[in-house]
Design a protein around this ligand. Sequence first.
Ligand SMILES: NC(=O)c1ccc[n+]([C@@H]2O[C@H](COP(=O)([O-])OP(=O)(O)OC[C@H]3O[C@@H](n4cnc5c(N)ncnc54)[C@H](OP(=O)(O)O)[C@@H]3O)[C@@H](O)[C@H]2O)c1
Length: 280
Amino acid sequence: MKPTQIKQTNTPAKRVVRFPRPFVFVNMAMTADGKIATANRAVSSFGSARDKEHLYELRATADAVMCGARTADLNKISLGTGAAKFCRLRLKRGLAEHNLRILVTGSGTLDPRAEIFRHRFSPILVLTTTRATEMRLARLRAVADEVKICGKNDINWGATLRWLRTKWKIKRLLCEGGGELNDALFRAGLVDELHLTVCPKIFGGRNAPTISDGIGVARLTDAAQLELKSVERVGDELFLIFRRKIKPSPEPLPMHRSANSPTADVPPNAPSARARRRGD
Ligand SMILES: NC(=O)c1ccc[n+]([C@@H]2O[C@H](COP(=O)([O-])OP(=O)(O)OC[C@H]3O[C@@H](n4cnc5c(N)ncnc54)[C@H](OP(=O)(O)O)[C@@H]3O)[C@@H](O)[C@H]2O)c1
């Protein structure tokens, strides 16, 4: 898979979008037993060089890359663009040279000394809630470009995504875990696409994190429904892409809206959608 072969979509897989929000896609590497890190959290990077390249290729299609507080705390990450070729690719695609970075910390426990704050190539936004104390907020405000209160006890994801789209012009938002953050987005029905690399390893351990932890769902009907869009084998790894399944609409919906309308949305394979993608 070459960088230019990644098909981009900016339109959430939903028939009617009342307010524009970014297209949300999640990228994770997991072991054959579904783990994203060892139980002691010491190992969370275990994919091949190809998988690493894939991560940068996906970032090169995103306006912003987001992760949860524990992913940012526990790892020396910058959520950066990677090699210069990816910056060039971004500019060619009409994106900013570097992606924005977004960190999520409901109670503000994100460590302000985390490695990511040492890399200042693009704005870092922190999403939090009123659970964060004034002291924690002050420490985060000192290192982040914006700290946004996005809800009382929980992040209100619908409103937050709309804010990200409106204020920060984010059309494609890449979420890179961890499991708790992914779970919140899946439960809110806001993950449009899941990129999954299945790696030939078994970590085991009932406390090892998986791609979607947190609260989870209790009923089958509440499960995120996906459809498999592509499978590619490279060496012993599988690169999978799932797309959110569109629920059949109970009544006919207007299919032809003006492409300039803020509420415009059409099925991803419709000719007008293809034309819009080409123009993006
Ligand atoms: N293999 C991979 O592809 C991959 C990718 C990413 C991460 N990982 C690994 O996964 C592990 C981390 O996963 P994790 O699930 O423990 O942590 P996580 O999702 O990275 O972070 C959890 C923290 O983020 C905040 N948070 C997440 N969702 C939130 C929401 N909806 N509302 C408010 N706050 C929210 C909370 O911070 P507060 O405590 O401040 O409220 C929460 O404690 C690490 O070991 C990491 O290295 C692996």
